[in-house]
Write a protein that binds this ligand. Structure first.
Ligand SMILES: C[S@@+](CC[C@H](N)C(=O)[O-])C[C@H]1O[C@@H](n2cnc3c(N)ncnc32)[C@H](O)[C@@H]1O
Length: 203
């Protein structure tokens, strides 16, 4: 099933299904995405707008998503946004913005959804719209190395794939430098399962 169709289907249930993870795991790590960021910020795969409360004050955000149904839910959440947000329907692999439009870009749990062959095109597009020196932060799932957690993740994966088109096996960290971005730091922010990748555009 195409990702757009998948998210059109799941949008009404998305926040409910994600609730245990949102409160158990994501709420404390989402603010890390925006520490020290300012100016014009692109959020790719904005979803239902779960990052809105953590946007840096004074910044201007453009949130894009491939699913109109997810964006509709984000629109309903706009009053929670800590900074002005423009929402647009758009595919991250074909961004309708001029080169060097954004000071920074962020994305949470988009690259674990994007199939392997779209990771490079998506990252090259983000690099293109970032100003020289602009920062990119990605929050992504990885497959845990610890044996027990790894086994639990394998049990979850068929559901994650069916519901969200997501996998724990994406190789985003390798695709980032291949797209011409400079990796500055990677670290686990939730056990050995969620990674924060920090990179910047050259220049
Ligand atoms: C797992 S959800 C994450 C939503 C949100 N970022 C969050 O942290 O809750 C992935 C989102 O990426 C969007 N998406 C998937 N493929 C996309 C693409 N090619 N371009 C833009 N958005 C996409 C989906 O519609 C969905 O809203």
């Amino acid at each position: 099933m195409h990702t757009r169709a998948r998210y059109q289907r799941i949008a009404p249930w998305y926040d409910l299904l994600d609730l245990p993870f949102e409160y158990g795991r994501y709420r404390t790590i989402r603010p890390l995405m925006f520490e020290g960021l300012s100016g014009r910020i692109l959020e790719a795969g904005v979803g239902t707008g779960r990052n809105f409360p953590y946007y840096p004050r004074g910044a201007r955000i453009t949130g894009i998503d491939i699913s109109a149904a997810m964006l509709a839910r984000a629109r309903a959440r706009l009053p929670q946004a800590a900074a002005p947000v423009e929402l647009r329907i758009m595919d991250v692999t074909a961004l309708d913005f001029p080169d060097a439009s954004f000071d920074n870009a962020v994305s949470t749990f988009l690259f674990c959804v994007l199939p392997d062959d779209l990771q490079g095109p998506a990252l090259r597009e983000i690099r293109r719209v970032l100003k020289p020196g602009g920062r990119l932060r990605l929050l992504e799932y990885t497959r845990p190395q610890a044996r027990l957690r790894g086994a639990i993740a394998r049990l979850w994966e068929p559901w994650m794939n069916f519901a969200y088109g997501a996998g724990f096996d994406r190789d985003t960290e390798r695709h980032v430098p291949e797209a011409g971005l400079i990796v500055e730091r990677t670290r686990f922010v939730s056990a050995d399962i969620i990674k924060l990748i920090e990179a910047r555009a050259p220049g």
